[in-house]
Design a protein around this ligand. Sequence first.
Ligand SMILES: *Cc1c(COP(=O)(O)O)cnc(C)c1O
Length: 347
Amino acid sequence: MEASTSADSARIDLGVFPRVALCHQPTPIEAMLRLSDHLGGPNIFIKRDDCTGLATGGNKTRKLEFLVGEALKQNADMLVTQGAVQSNHVRQTAAAACRVGLRCHALLERRVPDVSQDYEETGNVLLDRLFGASIEFRGPGLDMNAEGLEATERLRAEGHKPYFIPGGGSNEIGALGYVSCAQEISMQSDAMNINFDWIVMATGSTGTQAGLVAGLHALGRDLPVMGISVRQPREAQIKAVHALTERTLAKINAGGIASSKIIVDDGYVGDGYGVPAASTLDAINQAARLEGLLLDPVYSGKGFAGLIGLVKANFFKPSDRILFLHTGGSAALFAYEEMLLSAQSAK
Ligand SMILES: *Cc1c(COP(=O)(O)O)cnc(C)c1O
């Protein structure tokens, strides 16, 4: 028997769900001393979920532990999923499939306008191909989960045993990965004797924020999570995160949560999904030069821009301890080379 340093973590039992080990965990929490000093605001810490270990890491690996667990339970021989062309989720799914000996089929949506010439070949797409995933491209604006389900049925008719994972791995099974992360943060904060006042993170397909909020709520931790939207207006994102938070809480047999507990800032989206704003490029530069840290142009760069923006707007108290959740994504940097280089010469 372990001594119960955190009585809290006993309240959620994730052991009842099928799961495969894919993830380096716990991921470290580190102090961002130079950034905190530079901004002259609250103490900023970083949770290194860019270091989850699978194929350059990222947040999707935590979700995939439960999703691939379910796929194996259902005797699947193939994972089918979908994402934007430079999807980190597709890259981690393709790598996870290799780890457990399944095939992977991916639908990639041409969702981002005005991309560079090698956008469809480098970065995450190069890694998808290295992992042997078969790829179909789609034009923008389709219902990609419907497209993915259709492809799944086609593959089934051809004699495969496909298991479909929705975009971003964002359903109540994938979100369990971030319920687990909430337990991890709760234990680490007890061990470090630090009560964080805020978590700040990028939010897209919603599974990460929903799982984290569900986990913290079920643990009785009063730790607000600020989601920086990477794609859609605040109201729509809150609605989507809240819906998945409720489904995740039901899955772990915990009580519901008011939508007022879902916090989103949409001030850092810029021109839309996959299009870095000036603040995104600036955040990428600051993280690199102050902390030797790699962010990405689609998600964590916008999340970090939100963190910097909120500090500068005095949203936090100077005594606050802020935990930035680094969700990964640096493989996509190579697909944005021209933009990143011109942001350098502009300095
Ligand atoms: C997918 C992704 C996110 C967003 O997570 P969601 O669960 O989709 O909201 C954030 N950062 C990176 C790097 C991602 O790949």
